[in-house]
Design a protein around this ligand. Structure first.
Ligand SMILES: O=c1nc2n(C[C@H](O)[C@H](O)[C@H](O)CO)c3cc(O)ccc3cc-2c(=O)[nH]1
Ligand SMILES: C[C@H]1O[C@@H](n2cnc3c(N)ncnc32)[C@H](O)[C@@H]1O
Ligand code: SF4
Length: 305
């Protein structure tokens, strides 16, 4: 690698499609979900008209981010088919789909592999303590179920994004254990392309009454994560959740090298708008960083389709 490339920070010009906001889980930090049956689903026709407007706008990634229909619900199959059809549509229009639709069966994951360039699922935190608090009514957040998703993605050789949600009642030791688990799985399957360190950021819809994760702690977490994770995993931080410019720069100094998907709306944290790309450049450039767009699949994972 040439010296000049050491000061590069990447981001993915992205647009988020939401098949449905309805979710049978009730994570208390969630600002996204509605109750089952309470939100109309996105139609393929609506998605097509959105995607047509995005053509020639330099957007590559279509993030398909969804609330979850219960695996035993009679509506599960239609839900899955919609997600599949949205991915296939995006691909056919020249975009690169990345799906995070929560917990999938092995067969569902195997099918989605054919219409995604990469996929994602946050581990959040592996400590079972959270099942008594923020995840009490969220069966999809069982630690062993989420770890198994990462293992299946490895078996299927799907380039994968995962991460930690920070500040939801875990301890520092819990961070290192969750990171070590990601590291172990990657050493077995070599499929994790990036790890998101996502600071809990309270929004107007959530019931979880806690402070935002202290951004001043983030550089320390990143530095330790850099030590725990294999060097070929990139650390991603969401710039809209790290408001202070100096702390954003401190995160880069600590080892973060990617700013994730940047688009018109952060569907998970709608109360935290993204800075314009030009504004970000103005913050990063004086500090010696070059902001460069990337695809939702990292070069080392790119295969001919
Ligand atoms: O704009 C966002 N993008 C989110 N993304 C997308 C991410 O920033 C990247 O665009 C993708 O990882 C593809 O590179 C996620 C992807 C995942 O697989 C798992 C969780 C997230 C969470 C967010 C998020 O909160 N906001
Ligand atoms: C899609 C991902 O978004 C994250 N997520 C969900 N709610 C919040 C919040 N209030 N603040 C920050 N991140 C959140 C979770 O980690 C989830 O897996
Ligand atoms: S965070 Fe995901 S799983 Fe939890 S309630 Fe929200 S949409 Fe559902």
């Amino acid at each position: 690698m040439s010296l000049s490339r050491q000061n590069i920070v990447t981001y993915s010009p992205a647009y988020t499609l939401v098949p449905t906001y309805e979710c049978f889980n009730r994570c208390t930090y969630c600002n996204f979900r509605t109750d089952p049956g309470k939100s109309p689903w996105l139609t393929v026709a609506e998605a097509k008209s959105i995607l047509q407007q995005l053509q020639n706008q330099n957007v590559c990634e279509i993030l398909i981010l969804s609330g979850e229909v219960h695996p035993l619900s009679s509506r599960r199959e239609a839900w899955f088919q919609l997600i599949y059809d949205l991915c296939a549509l995006a691909l056919s229009m020249g975009f690169l789909p990345h799906t995070n639709a929560g917990i999938l069966s092995f067969a569902e994951m195997e099918k989605l592999k054919n219409v995604n360039v990469s996929m994602g699922l946050m581990l959040e935190q592996l400590t079972p303590k959270l099942l008594n608090t923020v995840h009490r009514h969220a069966p999809s957040k069982l630690p062993e179920v989420r770890l198994q998703q990462l293992q299946w993605a490895g078996e299927l050789q799907i380039p994968f994004t995962t991460g930690l949600l920070l500040g939801i009642g875990e301890t520092e030791d819990d961070w290192w254990q969750t990171l070590a688990a990601i590291s172990d799985l990657h050493q077995r399957y070599h499929h994790i392309q990036e790890v998101i360190l996502q600071p809990h950021s309270p929004g107007s819809q959530q019931t979880f009454d806690a402070e935002p994760f202290n951004p001043h702690q983030l550089p320390e977490v990143i530095a330790k994560a850099r030590e725990i994770l294999p060097a070929d995993i990139t650390i991603q931080i969401p710039p809209n959740l790290v408001k202070d410019e100096n702390w954003l720069l401190a995160c880069l100094d600590a080892g973060a090298r990617d700013l994730g998907g940047i688009g018109p709306k952060d569907e998970v944290n709608p109360d935290y708008p993204h800075l314009q790309e030009q504004r970000l450049r103005k913050i990063l450039h004086p500090a010696g960083w070059e902001l460069v767009p990337r695809l939702p699949v990292y070069p080392q994972f790119q295969r001919n389709r």
